[in-house]
Design a protein. Sequence first.
Length: 124
Amino acid sequence: MKTKEFNKIKPYTYFLIRKTDNMKYHGVRWANKRPATEDLGKTYFTSSKYIKPDFKKNTSNYEIKFVWTFNTINEARLHEQKINQKILKKLGWLNKNAFPAIYNEIPTMLGKKHSIECKKKLSE
C-alpha cells in the first residue's frame, strides 16, 4: 500500500533532480534503518554509480522529492519497476542502470555476494 509516511522507517521511492541541468533520477530504498527524511542525502546517497559520487559530495546541488512509502520491499520494488519502465527511454533521466533489472521479477543479486573467484574473474 502506497503512503506518504516519510517520518517512519519504511521502504520508499524518491526523485533526485540535479539543479544544474534539471536531469532527474528515480530510485527506491528498502534497507533503511532511519525514516526517509533522515536517510536520503544524509546516510544514503543512491545506489547509482552514475550520480552517487556527485550527490554524496554536492548534496545541495540536488532537489530531493520523496514520492511514496510502502509496507513491503516487494511493493516498493514493483513501483520502482513500473516507473522506470516509463522513463527508460526518455531524455532527461539518469536511470541508466534500470535496464535489464526492471524486467527481473526478483533482482538477480538480491541477498547474494560474488565469490572470491568470481571477483577475481571480473577484475581480470
